[in-house]
Design a binder for this molecule. Sequence first.
Ligand code: HEM
Length: 127
Amino acid sequence: MTYNLLKIVHILSVLIWISGMFRLLDFYQHKKERESQREAVLEFDSTWTSPAMLSAWCAGIAMAYLARWWIHSWFLWKALLVVALSGLHGLLIGTLNREDGSANQQVKVWWLIPLLLGIVGLVVIKP
Ligand code: HEM
């Protein structure tokens, strides 16, 4: 029961987190047209995306602890990719906060897609 509740919290948090990441992707891809939305994007991130990322981490770690998932290699690979995804989020938000050449991050923002494919693939297939 506790485990399933954690999974519900985890999946909802991941949904909000990733929707925020796609908002960042959209911002970076249409930077010139979206420049006026910079503050709104940052506010959305601190209200929704970052708290959701934190709660996805907490629920994920709690599930891993309860089910001892860390002894399985799929979980360790997933953890590695999730650390990379969290790092990508930090990089994109950090650049936006500093208001410097976010154009340089336009390529990096596309790392979102393979990271998501890897994470969801690992958690479903559990190779
Ligand atoms: C933030 C760090 C994360 C940790 C520590 C973590 C850990 C976990 C654990 C332990 C499970 C339970 C696996 C099971 O019961 O089968 C799980 C489920 C899941 N995770 Fe994560 N996860 C994290 C981030 C993510 C991210 C970023 C995504 C998507 C992009 C994601 C997608 C999922 C999905 C879809 C499930 C449900 C799988 C199923 O029920 O078959 N997780 N996660």
